[in-house]
Design a protein around this ligand. Structure first.
Ligand SMILES: [Mg+2]
Length: 467
């Protein structure tokens, strides 16, 4: 039996998933429907992946946009202020807007640039423009949805409305954020967010309920949208539709980016929800490994995968501390199988930079290798999504080897997790039994560790599926 997924995997999945969606969708912003799957007919697992960068704003591959930048402003405020301090969030937003981010929504720019105080700026803008139901507040909801998820439906929905109102005076936007918070709360608890739609609609302000019920109905399709997906209703409608129809994280994102239009934002929203449902292990490592970006007006720090994971844990009440593995005696790299080297953490960190590195543990400081995939497999019995992660790693290795790259697989000690992947490779690519694969690796890699029974069980399942 596979263990129940640990909440921390869902929390990390939500925050990383939203940033991944943002970065994955950014190059396709304002393009026509179908462009993503036309360009990527099958999963792109080699050196060049679907994280392709570009678009009208020239994003780097894996670089997130204003959606995640604003989400990080909310997130850091919530953590540093130990809760919601609207003045502080608004000040952070304003410093960001003044620093000239590459992208910023029209309405957000108008409100933050108005010079008016936090508690009136958005309302005044709405009162004289009448336009405020863009998706610019919905796109940044994930951090607060994590932070308030433990406080129950009412509290998380209220927090959503208050944060939305900082830039979006139209309560329609606030109600959308409130619904998303509630769906996320249910997903982080291990429930089915789709099944929670009726109860979340009951908690929506009555005058907004009908319009939200329409776009969240099980039979609603994106073709029925009455506005572009720059508006809040179709953005959440499309994200939920994709979650309903996709079979895994990657398919949810492909479906939603293929709708075209405001692709970074719809994918950011869908990615947050899908990340909460499928967990960190459900996010393809070729996407999560490269996600990164800066937050203008808030220092030079480049946010990467490990930073997002730590921040997610802090939002959920954990401790935010930098992981420092210290210096350990190097093991490897050693060529254990043809074209596949093995090592421990520092053996890999200081290896030649043309290795395609597959990391299976936490790293501390990032490696210098340009081609680096990170799949966090814990060396314990609690990997609920181990089969999915193992298949993802092995598929990437096969694609990278087909491109002629030297592979270097490592974990902290180079023993147990590294052994899992080396043995899995032999089971899947060479058709060996688990016993044969284990003996084969043990002969060539004296560091092999066999103490984790859940790994051997996973290999038995892989063998049954393969052979
Ligand atoms: Mg954006």
């Amino acid at each position: 039996m596979t263990p129940r997924m640990h909440r921390s995997h869902r929390v990390a999945g939500a925050l990383v998933g939203s940033a991944v969606g943002d970065a994955l969708g950014a190059p396709f912003e304002f393009g026509p429907p179908g462009r993503f799957s036309t360009r990527f007919r099958s999963p792109a697992r080699g050196a060049k992946t679907e994280m392709c960068g570009g678009g009208s704003l020239g994003w780097e591959p894996g670089e997130f946009t204003d959606d995640t930048q604003m989400a990080l402003l909310v997130a850091t405020s919530l953590v540093e202020r130990s809760g919601l301090d609207e003045t502080d969030v608004f000040d952070r937003f304003r410093a960001w807007a003044e620093a000239g981010p590459p992208d910023i929504g029209n309405q957000t720019r108008a409100v933050l640039g108005s010079g008016r105080p936090w508690d009136v700026a958005a309302a005044e803008h709405f009162a004289h423009s009448g336009h405020a139901a863009g998706n610019g507040s919905l796109m940044r909801t994930t951090p607060a949805a994590i932070r308030f998820s433990r406080e129950g439906r009412q509290a998380t929905m209220d927090a959503a409305r208050r944060i939305s109102a900082l830039t979006h005076g139209d309560p329609s936007a606030g109600e959308g954020c409130a619904i998303l918070h509630e769906l996320m709360r249910v997903a982080l608890d291990g429930g089915d967010p789709l099944a929670a739609i009726p109860t979340s609609l009951e908690a929506v302000l009555p005058e907004h309920r009908e319009r939200w019920a329409a776009v969240l109905a099980p039979d609603w399709t994106p073709g029925q949208a009455t506005e572009s997906n720059g508006a809040v209703w179709p953005t959440l409608g499309q994200a939920v539709w994709a979650l309903r129809h996709g079979r895994d994280f990657a398919e949810v994102l492909r479906l939603v980016i293929d709708l075209g239009g405001d692709t970074d934002t719809v994918a950011c929203v869908a990615g947050g929800l899908a990340g909460a449902v499928y967990g960190m292990g459900g996010i393809p490592s070729r996407w999560a490994s490269v996600v990164h970006g800066r937050v203008p007006g808030h220092g030079d720090k480049v946010w990467r995968l490990a930073d997002l994971q730590q921040l997610a844990a802090a939002l959920d009440g954990g401790v935010q501390q930098n992981y420092d593995p210290g210096v350990i005696p190097r093991i490897g790299p050693t060529e254990v199988l043809p074209g596949i080297w093995a090592g421990n953490l520092d053996g890999a960190r200081y290896s030649e930079e043309d290795f395609a590195v597959i990391s299976l543990c936490r790293l501390g400081e990032p490696f210098p290798h340009p081609l680096h995939r990170m799949a966090y497999i814990a060396d314990n019995e609690h990997n609920a999504d181990l089969d999915v992660m193992l298949a993802d790693v092995l598929d990437d290795m096969a694609a990278l080897q087909d491109e002629g790259r030297r592979l270097l697989v490592h974990c902290h000690g180079g023993a147990s997790r590294t052994g899992l992947v080396l043995r899995g490779w032999l089971v899947r690519e060479k058709g060996m039994s688990v016993e044969e694969a284990t003996a084969h690796v043990a002969e060539r890699w004296p560091h092999l560790g066999l103490w984790n029974d859940s790994f051997t069980t996973a290999l038995e399942r892989l063998a049954a599926k393969t052979n």
